[in-house]
Write a protein that binds this ligand. Structure first.
Ligand SMILES: NC(=O)c1ccc[n+]([C@@H]2O[C@H](COP(=O)([O-])OP(=O)(O)OC[C@H]3O[C@@H](n4cnc5c(N)ncnc54)[C@H](O)[C@@H]3O)[C@@H](O)[C@H]2O)c1
Length: 264
């Protein structure tokens, strides 16, 4: 049976994905900081699922998540690096006295934690006898456009897209596929209660579109370095911005040998 790790699995997108994968016959490790929710979800999903308490911003937790998955299921084929949170602190706050160090925990979880997940996924995918594996990050449409209420969140989600586009062609050589999805608004635990009440129904993206995007990445190994924007019922594979001129294109497409010489 193929094996998946899903982070942020106690709620919303991660929970729906855990259900979809177990229904399709996968073994799944559910990872989350929410112990009660995670344990409850794993119990409901049965023997194919187990829960491991994980704060994705903590390296030791993430390393232990992968180790325990190997101990339990023997291999790892797919990682949905999905956990995410909104901003903890407004960058627009005005200080009366000396400014205090801002709370950057959103970046720790939404970006740094995702890099831990990638680094470990590559390590364990290499143990799959050449079959490699797939990692899919949950970025956001806030990683493509703007979100003034949550600028740290937007920065992290843009960061994931840059990460995916940069590493995907390199990991592809080892049969490791790196992709991400960018959901528009999906009603989950992430949104404040008020927003859930007032969001116009025509601007809500159904969970089924998000599940289809994850499923495509599980089933179609030709999808590599893709940024799947999910809006309403549609999935759009978004390309990077156009090169501004020929020199810019040369730097992006043809200068890699020079860079490799410099960094090797
Ligand atoms: N819902 C949307 O509209 C939407 C849109 C774009 C992107 N996203 C992204 O989708 C992903 C899933 O969010 P969701 O909408 O299902 O929200 P959600 O709040 O329902 O689920 C997120 C889960 O992540 C867990 N989590 C939080 N911090 C964690 C940490 N440090 N380590 C491990 N788990 C942690 C939470 O406990 C929760 O169970 C997030 O990355 C989010 O940014 C959501």
């Amino acid at each position: 049976m193929p094996v998946a790790i899903i982070t942020g699995a106690a709620s919303g997108i991660g929970l729906a994905l855990s259900r979809q994968f177990t229904e399709q016959g996968w073994n799944v490790t559910l990872a989350d900081v929410d112990v009660l929710g995670g344990q409850r979800a794993a119990e409901q999903l049965g023997d194919q699922a187990f829960f491991h308490k994980t704060d994705v911003s903590n390296w030791d937790d993430v390393a232990s998540l992968y180790k325990k998955t190997i101990e339990k299921f023997g291999r790892i084929d797919y990682v949905a690096a999905n956990a995410g949170v909104a901003d903890f602190q407004s960058l627009y706050e005005k200080n009366e006295g000396e400014p205090q160090k801002p709370n950057l925990r959103t970046i720790d979880i939404d970006l740094n934690g995702q890099i831990y997940c990638l680094y470990l996924a590559a390590h364990y995918f290499r143990q799959n006898g050449g079959d490699g594996g797939t990692i899919v990050f949950t970025s956001s449409n806030a990683g493509l456009y703007k979100l003034p209420t949550n600028p740290q969140y937007a920065a992290a989600k843009y960061g994931i897209i840059g990460l995916v586009r940069s590493v995907a062609p390199v990991f592809q050589k080892e049969n490791i596929r790196v992709n991400c999805i960018c959901p528009a608004f999906v009603p989950t635990g992430l949104a404040p209660e008020f927003l859930l009440k007032v969001m116009p129904s025509e601007h809500i993206t159904p969970m089924s579109t998000i599940m289809r995007a994850f499923d495509n990445f599980a089933k179609d190994s030709s999808l590599v370095g893709k940024v799947a924007e999910c809006s309403q019922g549609n999935i759009f594979y978004r390309e990077q911005v156009e090169y501004c001129d020929e020199s810019s294109r040369w730097h992006g497409e043809e200068s890699s040998k020079l860079w490799e010489g410099a960094y090797n």
